[in-house]
Write a protein that binds this ligand. Sequence first.
Ligand code: MN
Ligand code: MN
Length: 458
Amino acid sequence: MSEEKSAAALLKEKLLIKKKSGTKRLSEEELKKADDFCVGYCDFLNSGKTEREAVRTAISIAEKNGFTEFDRTRNYSAGDKVYVNNRNKALMLCVIGKNGTKDGVRLGIAHIDSPRLDLKPNPLYESNELALFKTHYYGGIKKYQWTAVPLALHGVAVLKDGTVKDVYIGDDENDPCFVVTDLLPHLATEQMTQTMVKAFNGEHLNVLIGSRPFSNDEESENVKLNIMSILYQKYGFKEEDFMSADLTMVPAARARDVGFDRSMIGAYGHDDKVCAYPALMAAVDTKCPEQTVITVLTDREEIAYMVDFIADLAEADGTELRHVMEKTICLSADVNAAFDPTYASAYESNNSCYINYGAVITKYTGSGGKYSTSDASAEFMAKVRKILDDADVIWQTGELGKVDGGGGGTIAKFVANWNADVVDLGVPVLSMHAPFEVVSKIDVYETYRALYEFYSFV
Ligand code: MN
Ligand code: MN
């Protein structure tokens, strides 16, 4: 029997999209590369839970790979690698191209802040002989997910004289940890009938931090005093120093393989370190590109410092910022919501992204059709498709959930404001913004490959 294909099979091959999982497209060898890449990623996650820690970790990786601190007064040539540390909370990495900035730069931007519980400016209090911290959540969270899980305290307190006191406690298994308590089910009859928004509000997110008094005398607030005394001995700051601190409660768990087959990673802070790390490694592996390549690991979405940096490079190249920006192309590296079969009704299956199907391109973000949105042009989408397909990168497209089901913004709209071409590309995530989010190792690796190929595009 000959194996001749039917007319329908041939036409299908020619006209229809072939969706195929990365698990079927990658060879054993390539799968191993993806797994190995993710070992480094897990280290990055464990040592970079806050922006400050992520910046510190990224600088140490960059310096080991030939990056030096940018000096505005120096002349740089093709292949030189520099970085700019912006206030210890954001980092730019630049590989100077043979052609400099004249024809635009290749930009990759990812954010390194993640949802967490920030301590309020006046956090410490005692109630019924328990010491607690008041917190203010940062990022969109489902508050109940942050109760009854071990938390660690990370950050800095800065004294009036400018001395920076680092705090890092709760991650080591020998450290104590902290916790937001929750009401037992036996007494939660009323709570269980409430909507989630009412049952868990922001003022419930108080962190338990101690229960023993400083001494047996009858002074009030002795438990609080004892905590302050421990903090003063260990870190050298007083209660008033909380006012000038970036202190935050983050999940104490470390990144771990998920699944019997170890195909996925569960961790705190995938959004958006899962794009930041691939962008960082793409910068590290970019040798001597045609066009200058800039990778930005940013705190929040303010990117004025990036524009200033590009202006410096433009000036050195004898050109103008606006002329560089109009030719600049950018991948806004950010996550998308992976299709979750348990909550299938929240997704539109034809336009969702899937675990193991590679880096996801999100043509437009935001909500409401036009408001606070960003939309990549069809021309730019075509260019990105070609770059990825030519390099056999595994990728997919996705929308964030159903139309009018919600929505989320990324940095893309801020870049678009500077008249650069930009589209979102990143990793599909399950349980996004939970204390323990899940991604696929294949998708992390393909996102790295996508950024790397984009950076080399001439
Ligand atoms: Mn997010
Ligand atoms: Mn994000």
